[in-house]
Design a protein around this ligand. Structure first.
Ligand SMILES: [Zn+2]
Length: 72
């Protein structure tokens, strides 16, 4: 079963099957994190949608931006 991982540093998405440690090849070994994205959904996404997903993921996980009151 394939799982989708994301690089917290550059936002690169990658599908992986049964691996404990996943490293980003773009950032020279940064540990990637598991997303909640199902492989089927990932596969159906366009490049633009994937980029948007990565952007949102990084936004949520980094929290470097000022948090605004629930107005999305
Ligand atoms: Zn990376």
């Amino acid at each position: 079963m394939l799982k989708v991982y994301i690089c917290p540093s550059c936002g690169w998405l990658r599908t992986v099957s049964r691996r404990k440690t996943v490293e980003c090849h773009h950032c020279g070994g940064t540990s990637m994190e598991l997303t909640k994205l199902a492989y089927e959904d990932y596969a159906a996404m366009s490049e633009t949608e994937r980029a948007d997903y990565a952007k949102s993921w990084k936004y949520i996980h980094n929290r470097t931006h000022k948090i605004q009151d629930s107005c999305d």
